[in-house]
Design a protein around this ligand. Structure first.
Ligand code: MG
Length: 158
């Protein structure tokens, strides 16, 4: 069996009045991330980690932010397409582990709903999806509330 690991990293700016999409769900908040798509950093790092594991470039390569097709797109659509591509290359998903770095709001209450949503989109068990949240201790762009960052590792096999 061939086992491969990939990692993903993403940042989006936060702005008042934007819907806060994260992990496929909308979080009640007066601000949210800005992007060409719905700016869901959890979906984006999952795409990049899975594409990286399969050595299939990155999310921007497949879904350009210059392409009007992806303007305002639900990132779950992109994630589902990445899974289709990775599975088409013969891989199965072992597990994924995401860390979101955000000063506020607190994400822990929303993590179970994100896992349920993503398990449906990715067609893998919730137990194979880990989502963790941490702050930036009020340091840097995340600490000042200017942005949200996320990291992800994914393990795939065939
Ligand atoms: Mg992104």
């Amino acid at each position: 069996m061939k086992i491969r690991v990939g990692q993903g990293y993403d940042v989006h700016r936060l702005e008042v009045g934007r819907p806060f999409w994260l992990g496929g769900i909308q979080i009640p908040c007066e601000f949210g991330p800005v992007g060409h798509s719905d700016a869901d950093v959890v979906c984006h790092v999952l795409c990049d980690a899975l594409l990286g594991a399969a050595n299939m470039r990155n999310i921007g390569y497949h879904f350009s932010d210059k392409d009007p097709r992806w303007k305002g797109v639900d990132s779950k659509v992109l994630l589902a397409e990445v899974l289709r591509m990775v599975r088409e290359a013969g891989y199965d998903i072992s597990n994924v582990d995401v860390t979101v770095v955000l000063q506020e709001p607190k994400l822990n209450p929303h993590i179970p709903a994100m896992k349920t949503c993503l398990a449906g989109v990715m067609n893998i068990p919730e137990d194979d999806i880990s989502i963790k949240a941490t702050t930036s201790e009020h340091i840097g762009f995340v600490g000042r509330g200017e942005g949200i960052a996320a990291h992800c590792v994914a393990l795939i096999y065939r």
